[in-house]
Write a protein that binds this ligand. Structure first.
Ligand SMILES: Cc1cc2nc3c(=O)[nH]c(=O)nc-3n(C[C@H](O)[C@H](O)[C@H](O)COP(=O)(O)O)c2cc1C
Length: 148
């Protein structure tokens, strides 16, 4: 199974989450490519069995939170019909950004299989390994059980 993990990160927290997601998929035997959204291997991405796309929550800490740097995510090639899991990182609340990120993914025509948020404070290290394992397990289950 080939999995492409793509992320948009400002201070490194979302990159770290993406790297941990990649390691977790590798531990399950998948071949994983991990890329910033602006520097992907398009061939690998378009042939992958599962895409993972993550960004951080941008806003005024409560007011008008949204998925960050959506313009960069829009530079991705045509990913319609691709089985895709999405995630956002956040500090206060992920609900608005995750909902808008889901709308973005649906607008792009992806086959959305799972979505999740991770509380990650940019410059600090926090153990989110259990949540990461939850993300990878649910993503794999969704693409293997439904055959969607
Ligand atoms: C300019 C800015 C605005 C932010 N606004 C919010 C917000 O409205 N709500 C929230 O939960 N987190 C907010 N955050 C926190 C980030 O989403 C969180 O720290 C994220 O993990 C950062 O990812 P990164 O380290 O990959 O850049 C904000 C961070 C920055 C830098």
């Amino acid at each position: 199974m080939n999995i492409a993990v793509m992320y948009q990160s400002l201070r490194g927290g979302t990159r770290r989450a993406a790297n941990e997601i990649a390691k977790s998929f590798q531990a399950l035997g998948a071949a994983v490519g991990t890329y910033p959204v602006t520097n992907i291997d398009a061939q690998f991405v378009l042939n992958a069995d599962l895409l993972v796309i993550g960004t951080w929550t941008d806003g005024l800490f409560g007011l008008g939170a949204k998925p960050a740097q959506i313009g960069k995510l829009n530079t991705l090639p045509d990913i319609s019909q691709k089985k895709t899991s999405i995630f956002v990182t956040y500090e206060i609340s992920p609900s608005k950004s995750l909902q808008q990120f889901e709308e973005w993914a649906i607008d792009r025509g992806v086959n959305l299989v799972h979505q999740q948020s991770f509380k990650v404070r940019g410059p600090f290290r926090k153990d989110i390994s259990e949540e990461i394992e939850d993300f990878t397990r649910k993503s794999i289950e969704a693409i293997t059980s439904t055959n969607a």
